[in-house]
Design a binder for this molecule. Structure first.
Ligand SMILES: C[S@@+](CC[C@H](N)C(=O)[O-])C[C@H]1O[C@@H](n2cnc3c(N)ncnc32)[C@H](O)[C@@H]1O
Ligand code: SF4
Length: 458
């Protein structure tokens, strides 16, 4: 695929990331009538039947200046202990409302830095989950880690607890870049950690990288990507640096070094994309890469790729997502629920035996149709509106009306060579894959009269 920088610039327009539909900035504040527990009970009758748990650990030892995640820097063991005890209470509370026949198919630990927790705390939380829930055979148990706290002993303990997906942030191999962004150094060389994790055949490894940081140049980034390739992780994520200093104030301090321009960023991504795809990695969505035998690559071929706030996954293993911890977002079939981001409020609510939900959204039937269309585009790179109509028991004309399809935009995308249209089927071309967010937006009625702000599409 030829990578045309001009096209990227032309279509680099603010668009939702569509990790949920509607996006999180449409969620509403809870009010007196709101009953989160009842919404959770109601989800028991919906599909998928399986349960995906998301466990958010908001703590880190040191703030990376680029960080856009929900983090809380602490060295106070009491703060961490209190949080762990609160999480356990939340697990017990949630289990009261979920049908006992439902089983866990996935657990995703995200952050912050979950492996900043002492391993005994991880065990305590996993024991609480084991006590309250049943599991399917071979569930996916994943943790986002920081290499600054990864020892062989820690990895051994995780593997014993049946963690089978480990991910950690490398971000870049250039010391100058890492020092500039205040990134804590790995405890052991990355190569050693990777090789140790790879000695467990049951564990799949993902490495995160970012492009768009100060001092990243074509030469340094190519070096980083070549080194990444020698490590042969099962998956890699290559994220575009989201610079939002009005939300994450510490990011402002990176501006004095000069940040790569949009065009320079594209060249960095082009470098990563070309190197990885030439070396057998399949691009998944916009910024993930997987080996051809990885289940994400297989799911892409069989059109069974799915996506949630935690990233890409397969339709076979995913369940409705129930989030635990500050800021976590539950993604059920009919509703989204978001916990408060405030640690104090979270602890108080859970200790009163109540959920700490601050925002929610109830998805109506029309929105479910649009969500399905957008998911097909963002995951499986094609959507057939006849099939969507069949699934939702509607006529295809009604589907066009509900999603208020922007036919003019689709025609333009066809002329640009982004999509192929046949009857009611829309297929993204390899070039079009990079424009999936704007193509999805053509099926989103909220994009007609919206006043919300979104990040640029690329
Ligand atoms: C929760 S962290 C991963 C675990 C651990 N805290 C670490 O940093 O290694 C999630 C990932 O989000 C990405 N990330 C963080 N801030 C970002 C930003 N502003 N723009 C793009 N990606 C970002 C980083 O690649 C990071 O590895
Ligand atoms: S990038 Fe990771 S380690 Fe750094 S502050 Fe963010 S969550 Fe913490």
């Amino acid at each position: 695929m030829k990578f045309e920088i001009e096209l990227f610039e032309k279509y680099n327009i603010p668009t939702p990331r569509y990790t949920s539909y509607p996006p999180a900035n449409f969620f509403r504040e809870t009010d007196k009538e709101f009953d989160g527990a009842q919404m959770i009970v109601d989800s028991n009758k919906d599909l998928p039947h399986n349960i995906s748990l998301y466990i958010h650990i908001p703590f880190c030892a040191q703030l990376c200046l680029y960080c856009g995640c929900n983090t809380h820097i602490t060295h106070n063991r009491d703060t961490i202990s209190t949080y762990v005890n609160t999480l356990i209470k939340e697990i017990e509370l949630l289990s009261k409302y979920l049908d006992k026949n439902r089983k866990i198919s996935q657990i995703h630990w995200g952050g912050g830095t979950p492996n900043y927790l002492p391993i005994d705390d991880i065990k305590k939380i996993m024991n609480a989950v084991n006590k309250s829930f049943e599991f399917i055979n071979r569930p996916e148990i994943a943790m986002e880690c920081h290499p600054a706290h990864l020892t062989q002993e820690y990895i051994d303990e995780l593997v014993q607890m049946k963690f089978n997906r480990l991910s950690f942030g490398v971000q870049d191999f250039s010391e100058k870049v890492l020092d500039t962004v205040h990134r804590q150094k790995p405890l052991y060389p990355i190569e050693e950690i990777v090789s140790y994790i790879q000695s467990f055949p049951e564990v799949s490894l993902n490495l995160d990288f970012i492009y768009g940081l100060p001092f990243q140049t074509l030469e340094t980034y190519e070096k980083t990507m070549r080194k990444a390739l020698t490590l042969q992780p099962n998956r890699l994520a290559v994220f575009s640096y989201a610079h939002v200093p009005w939300i994450k104030k510490q990011q402002k301090s990176l501006e004095k070094y000069g940040l790569p321009t949009a065009e320079e960023k594209l060249i960095l991504f082009k470098t990563a994309y070309e190197l990885l795809s030439k070396n057998d990695y399949q691009i998944i969505g916009l910024d993930h890469f997987a080996k051809p035998k990885d289940e994400l690559s297989i799911a892409l071929k069989t059109k069974k790729l799915h996506r949630n706030f935690q990233g890409y996954c397969t339709l076979e293993t995913t369940g409705q997502v129930y989030a635990l911890g500050v800021s976590g977002i539950s993604q059920m079939e009919n509703a989204y629920l978001q916990n408060t981001k405030d640690l104090k409020k979270y602890t108080e609510k859970i200790n009163q035996g109540k959920f700490a939900i601050e925002k929610y959204y109830q998805v109506n039937e029309n929105e479910k149709i649009i969500r399905q269309i957008i998911e097909e585009i963002m995951c499986n790179l094609e959507v057939n509106l006849d099939k969507i109509a069949q699934k939702f028991n509607k006529k295809v004309e009604e589907i066009y009306k509900i999603s208020q399809v922007n036919k003019q935009a689709l025609k333009t995308y066809q002329q640009e060579g982004f999509i192929k249209m046949k009857h009611h089927s829309y297929q993204l071309t390899p070039k079009g894959q990079f424009f999936m967010r704007i193509i999805a937006a053509a099926f989103d009625p909220n994009m007609k009269n919206n006043h919300k702000t979104f990040s640029k599409a690329l």
